[in-house]
Design a protein around this ligand. Structure first.
Ligand SMILES: [Zn+2]
Length: 86
């Protein structure tokens, strides 16, 4: 079961002490309900970041992109989808 909603870490909520994180604004949030229902909710991402759920995004898409949080991608094992063919 790999149902993940996508959370967006808003730059305006940051204190400025972690500038590196701005490169990866998208995080995975474990979805106990459908991502659409969680839209707009403030949740804890799987990597521990506080994010706001962006219900229209799919983690399967942004998790493998350049702006997806690498830690979240590792935890949710998105990478395995890419190598499953072997
Ligand atoms: Zn993350």
């Amino acid at each position: 079961m790999s149902a993940y909603a996508v959370g967006f870490a808003r730059p305006d909520r940051w204190s400025g002490s972690q500038p590196n994180q701005q490169t990866y604004p998208w995080h995975a949030v474990e979805a106990h309900r459908s991502p659409a229902e969680l839209d707009g909710e403030v949740e804890l991402a799987v990597c521990g970041a506080i994010v706001q759920v962006w219900g229209t995004q799919k983690w399967e898409r942004v998790g493998i992109g350049r702006t997806g949080c690498p830690e979240c991608a590792r935890i949710t094992a998105v990478d395995q989808r890419l190598t499953r063919a072997s």
